[in-house]
Every structure is written in C-alpha cells, then in structure tokens.
Design a protein around this ligand. Structure first.
Ligand SMILES: *Cc1c(COP(=O)(O)O)cnc(C)c1O
Length: 385
C-alpha cells in the first residue's frame, strides 16, 4: 500500500545528506569536544562550525546560539531561566492561549512555583493575538512576553516584529517559539528584535533530541543545567556532536531550498484544499488564509470526529493528525481551535495535514481519491448528521 506522510509538523524524516554528515561523529570522530587532544579538537571544531551555520541562518552571531536537547528544552530554559533571573524586576509573564504545551507548561510552572501571574492573551478567529490587548496587558512588573512565531496546529503566524517592538519599548524580554517557522520562512532574529528564540532539529529534517536557543547578548537568564562550562556556562553537559552537526546541515539545506520548497508547499496545500472542497460539503479551513506557514492545512469536517478520520486515513496509508501530537489521544478539543472560537464539534472534527518536501502531486491525487469516500462513509454513520 502507498504510504503518504502528511504529519511533518509532528516530526520529519532525517535527510540522507544530514545522516551522512552526522555518521562520522558516532564512531570515527567520537572525541569529547572538551578534550584538548586533536580528536577532541576535531569534535570542538565541528560543533563551532555548526554554531556558525546556525547563527548565520538566523541573522546573528554564533556566540548567541546555545545548543539544547530540542524545542521543549529551549522553551523551558527561556521561560523559567528568564523568570528566575529577573525576580527583582517582577513576576508577570504574558503569553497567548494558542501556545505549544512546551510554553504553556513552563508558564504554569512559574505561576505555581515562583508566584508569577500569567496573562494568556486571547486570539481572533484566525488565531492571531491583538496587539492592543498585548499593550493593555503590560504591567510595571512584566518581565517576559512569550508568543509563538508560527502555530503548530494551524500554521498561523503572529506579528512577531510588532510584538518585539512593543516589548522593547517597555523594556520587557521577548521570547518566541519559532520551532515551526524554522526552515519554512526567513528568520532574522536581530532584524526582528527578538531576545530569545527556540528551535528544534527534528521538525526540519534533522535528528530528534537536538535544538537551539538563540539568546541575545545581555539577556539575564539563570541556567538550570549545572556541571561543566559547556555552552558558555549556560547549559552544562557533553555536546551532542552528531546531533549538532546534523541540525546545522538540516538548517543549511532548508535555507538553500526555502523559496523552491515554499512554492511547492503552497501548490500542494492549495491542490489538496481545492480538491477536497470540490468533493465535500461543510468543510472549513482553520487558521489564517494567508498569514501562515505554507505547509500546514488544518481542516474541520462537520459531523465527524478527527480521531476516526485519522484512523481511517491510516488504513489507506495516509498519516495525518488531529492537532498536536502531544495532546492527541485526549478527547478534549484542541486548546488552539477552542481559543479561536471554533465550536467544540467542529474542533473535534479537525485534521491537520502538514506537508514536506518529499510529498508530490501524486500524493495529493491519491488523497483526493481516498479521503472523500472515507468522509462520506463516516458521515453516513454519524449520529450528528
Ligand atoms: C515540536 C514543537 C516543540 C517541541 O520541540 P521538541 O524538539 O519536540 O521538544 C515546541 N514548539 C512547537 C511549536 C513545536 O511544534
């Protein structure tokens, strides 16, 4: 049976070129990057070269990049670390109601453990925050604003540059989770005025368990991994050399192919939507029609449940998901769609298709042949119909 992977926002395969770049660092160049002899120095050199590549791709210096174990760690480090280092300034954080759990979790943690107040900004029907509400929510004791770059469930983009400007005018740190934006659109952290920014390897055809945090010079942050002097004393632990090398290679390729890939993603998602919309009644796109990452297509199918669609698609070899991998399995409707005021029955009937560079027009043709009959069949059985 054909296998069509349409869940690239959950994870991506490691590219061949990425794997090839990583391979020597497992059992040939296996030195510890902190060792002084040449084997160690080769590893050190590979790590620092990777840092240059990542810094370059993000419009900043290598010195501002801290390698972490992934997007979740980067978000935790930024939010808890900045909160803890700036307690004398205040205990208020502003975030949004559509963040990834890797941001919402740390915000709840600092509320509970450090006595912070958190403001969860509402969003409009497209999932975008209101800049005036952001301004109104700022207090004397606001330390940090954390609002994501691109949403993992809908692809909707936030006005990051405007948020950064507001934060800077009010002398508040601005962190953004850019895990889903990386490799899909240009990100220039200095030009955008971002203070801290999270990235992950496995969403950009790199390996799992590697990521990065951009931290602008001068940002006060408390490390929570103590031990050696790794990562400029900010994150102790022997460097994941193969992971770091692979992550940098993946970013390099994503940068190289960005324009071509973006055009391709636009074409495939449009073809998918137009094709489904022509064949099926009562289906709706969730997320901003234009201001979104081009690979993501989140659709609500009225009268049926996301979970049963996903299982039936899987029987035809199509991998897609109901919103986020971290929350799937729970029966609650997505917090992202709920915040966008999508009615519960429509939120429950949503499926996210997230495309990648290896998807083809033929993949979409296959989906357009297989999906509509599944929907029709499920609708016939639905008590809601
Ligand atoms: C996947 C994802 C994360 C988590 O990254 P990991 O590397 O899997 O820990 C965080 N934020 C967003 C928006 C994501 O899509």
């Amino acid at each position: 049976m054909k296998q069509i992977y349409l869940d690239h926002n959950a994870t991506t395969p490691v590219r061949k070129e990425v794997l090839d770049a990583m391979t020597p660092y497992f059992s040939e160049e296996y030195g510890n990057a902190s060792s002084v002899y040449s084997m160690g120095q080769k590893a050190r050199h590979a790590v620092e070269e990777a840092r240059e590549v990542v810094g370059n791709a993000l419009g900043t210096e290598a010195a501002d990049i801290i390698f972490t174990s992934g997007g979740t760690e980067s978000d935790n480090f930024a939010i808890k670390g900045i909160a803890m280092a700036n307690l004398s300034k205040g205990r208020h954080v502003i975030t949004s109601s559509v963040e990834h759990l890797a941001v919402l979790g740390p915000c709840r943690f600092i509320e509970k453990e450090l006595g912070f107040d958190a403001t969860y900004l509402p969003v409009d029907k497209y999932g975008v925050i209101d800049l005036n509400k952001l301004k109104d929510s700022i207090r004397k004791d606001t330390v940090l604003i954390s609002i994501m770059f691109a949403n993992n469930e809908t692809g909707t983009l936030q006005p990051v540059k405007e948020i950064a400007k507001i934060a800077r005018e009010n002398k508040i740190y601005f962190h953004t989770d850019a895990v889903q934006a990386l490799g899909k659109m240009p990100i220039d952290v200095e030009e955008l005025g971002i203070d801290a920014c999270s990235f992950s390897g496995h969403k950009v055809y790199g390996p799992k368990g590697i990521g990065a945090l951009y931290l602008r010079k001068g940002v006060k942050i408390t490390p929570f991994q103590h031990g050696g002097h790794h990562e400029r004393n900010k994150r102790a632990g022997t460097e994941n050399v193969p992971g770091i090398v692979g992550f940098a290679k993946a970013i390099e390729i994503a940068q190289r192919d960005m324009q071509k890939n973006d055009a391709c993603m636009k074409r495939l998602t449009k073809k998918m939507w137009d094709g489904l919309n022509k064949q099926l009644k009562e289906i709706y796109i969730n997320g901003h029609p234009e201001n979104r990452i081009s690979n993501t297509l989140n659709i609500s199918f009225r009268y049926i449940e996301g979970e049963s669609m996903v299982l039936n698609f899987d029987m035809k070899g199509i991998s897609a998901s109901t919103g986020s991998a971290c929350t799937s399995g729970s029966l609650d409707p997505s917090h992202v769609l709920t915040a966008m005021a999508v009615p519960p029955e429509m939120a429950q009937g949503s499926v996210r298709f997230s495309f990648g560079y290896e998807n083809t027009e033929e993949d979409v043709d296959y989906c357009l042949a297989e999906i509509p009959p599944i929907i029709e069949r499920l609708r016939k059985m639905s008590p809601l119909c």
